[in-house]
Design a protein around this ligand. Structure first.
Ligand SMILES: *Cc1c(COP(=O)(O)O)cnc(C)c1O
Length: 566
């Protein structure tokens, strides 16, 4: 790899994120937010965009998931191999309460399609001399307790800015704060401002900050009492007009909004929801994407290389999937499917059938994602399976260690899987991480998603599936409102509707799910292969060519990063 020192000073955008998924073996991420951050920086490297990343080392990872026969999730430590990270000599100090905490830094370089390198800086408090309560702060991602969370956010935001100064990155024009965890970076910039009065200081910081919100429900935002914040940060500028809520609470998302001139949600529908949540702020929409190369299976990469040679650095060219013969798409899919089925056999000694229609579902197990919607009326599902077309089902996903409801949902899938095992094949794969995600999104025949609108800000796994010609089957929420083209790119569960009667909504959505399976999806899969293959082709040409991080970053560039401020 090239020596980076020759490029010092040229980076202009710093991207702050609590988690960044660098690669499968480096467990610095928990799920969607981290994968998006990693995909963003991978596309930045491809585009030669002068951008860098700042995150925590998270050397104990999130957790390694084990599930026993009954479906109980066990959480093991998942420390990872450090050999791809380089420890830098720089150290800074940050105040937590009255204590000085030392923060060190590691570097990981992302190389794009060309020679360009995007550095990611991983902050580390496991430094000689730090008290144990501080040295553990950059270990476990989303660890227990609100003190731990706030202290982690102080490290990410405030020590993050100091590290960039120590590394002599002097030309950063934009600080992109990815979700509220990094909002304290804006506080550090504000307190460092050399402007004379408050209005000018605010102006300076706001010109520099970009904020992306990802959470359409209030409960998902970090909120701390002001008193608590002041215990940990004596210099927190609580006197700034309307920074602190009337009830003396500090909402980390609102800090991000307050200090940023450019704010965006992650899909058109999420923009609308966010505008309602925060009516005092103008919120733009930049719909998420995924890094095309990362999420394309080897079999599809091979045919894209042949038919769309520039797809890796011009993701938009995937529109030319219309020129790939349908049989070629089908064969590539069969290879990806076989890779997944072989993996399942290796792990669980269960043989799923290559020729049987396969539904995939994998996401964090939590209430609103309704991972059990497919089983609302199991008799109906079995009826379809026996009379319309055979089905097999593959599940995966973690529940947050503190989310007992989520864990029970996993157990429920296990109960159903065992109870009906002589009638329908259902598999649950443990350890949903990037590598397994890639096998699944490319290896199933349809990718299912069932969030209760409007809870899904965007969702990205369906975009990954699209890169492998796998059509999406989902409620109309997040990105799918934009990606769904009736009869062309997949199927919609339910209508765009709101309601408060959850039981009623679940029932209606489940009915729609079964109706689509019975009348639209299975008849096309088994009865009209040509039409099915066309659906796969449309999925690539229409959705993969758009829902990628290359397009997403170009929007950030155009709407904010490099818009000159006069
Ligand atoms: C892509 C991905 C996610 C996020 O997918 P959603 O569709 O947003 O649920 C979560 N975990 C892993 C490992 C992923 O690769």
């Amino acid at each position: 790899m090239k020596n980076l020192s020759s490029k010092k000073g040229k980076y202009k955008v710093a991207y702050f994120s609590m988690e960044i998924a660098l690669e499968n073996g480096i467990k610095t991420y928990a799920g969607g937010l981290g994968v998006l951050a990693g995909d963003t920086l991978r596309s930045a490297a491809d585009l030669g965009l002068p951008m860098l990343g700042v995150t925590l080392l998270n050397n104990l990872g999130y957790f390694k998931q084990k599930i026993n026969d009954k479906g109980d999730q066990e959480e093991l430590v998942s420390n990872y191999d450090f050999s791809k990270l380089k420890k830098l000599p720089n150290q800074v100090k940050v105040k937590i309460g009255r204590d000085d905490v030392s923060v060190g830094v590691w570097e990981y370089l992302i190389q794009g399609q060309g020679e360009y390198l995007v550095p990611v800086y991983l902050l580390d408090t496991n430094i000689l001399g730090n008290l144990p309560k501080y040295s553990s702060l950059t270990g476990q991602l989303y660890g227990p307790g609100k003190d731990y969370r706030l202290m982690q956010e102080i490290i990410l935001g405030r020590a993050g800015i100091k590290i960039l100064q120590s590394l002599k990155h002097r030309y950063i024009k934009k600080f992109h704060i990815n979700e509220g965890h990094g909002s304290l970076a804006a506080i550090e910039l504000f307190l460092n401002s050399k402007e004379k009065n408050t209005a000018d200081k605010l102006d300076e910081v706001r010109r520099k900050c970009v904020f992306t919100t990802h959470t359409p429900v209030f409960a998902g935002h970090d909120v701390f009492p002001l008193e608590f914040i002041l215990e940990y940060q004596k210099d927190f500028p609580y006197k700034l007009k309307s920074l602190v809520d009337k009830d003396k609470k500090v909402n980390m998302t609102k800090i991000g909004l307050y200090f940023s001139n450019f704010i965006n949600g992650v899909a058109l529908s999420h923009q609308k929801v966010s505008n309602k949540m925060f009516p005092n702020y103008p919120i733009h929409a930049i719909t998420n994407g995924v890094h095309s190369e990362t999420w394309t299976s080897p079999a599809f990469a091979k045919i894209y290389d042949k038919y769309i040679p520039n797809w890796r650095n011009s993701n938009l060219s995937l529109r030319n999937a219309f020129n790939i013969p349908l049989s070629t798409i089908w064969q590539a899919h069969q290879k990806s499917k076989k890779a997944l089925l072989d993996y399942i056999y290796k792990k669980q000694k269960v043989r799923l059938e290559q020729n049987v229609f396969t539904i995939g579902f994998a996401r964090r197990f939590t209430g609103y994602k309704r991972s059990n919607l497919l089983f609302q009326d199991i008799k109906k599902l079995l009826h379809i399976h026996k009379n319309v077309g055979e089905i097999q089902i593959i599940y995966a996903g973690k529940a947050h260690p503190n989310d007992d409801d989520g864990k029970n949902l996993i157990k429920e899938i296990f109960r159903i899987k065992d109870k009906y095992k002589s009638e329908i094949k259902i598999v649950f794969l443990e350890g949903y991480e990037m590598k397994l995600a890639k096998l699944m999104i490319s290896g199933v025949d349809v990718w299912l998603n069932t969030p209760l609108p409007p809870n899904e800000a965007s969702g990205t796994s369906g975009m990954k599936a699209a890169h492998n010609g796998v059509p999406h089957f989902s409620t109309l929420d997040g990105w799918w409102i934009e990606g769904y083209i009736k009869d062309k790119t997949g199927w919609a569960i339910g209508k765009k509707r709101n309601g408060t009667n959850l039981i009623e909504l679940n029932k209606k959505d489940a009915e729609s799910l079964y109706y689509n399976l019975e009348k639209n999806i299975l008849p096309r899969y088994y009865g009209n292969p040509r039409k099915w293959q066309e659906t796969m082709q449309h999925t690539i040409a229409i959705n993969a060519s758009f829902f990628n991080t290359e397009r997403m970053l170009q929007q950030y560039i155009q709407e904010n990063y490099f818009v000159s401020e006069t």
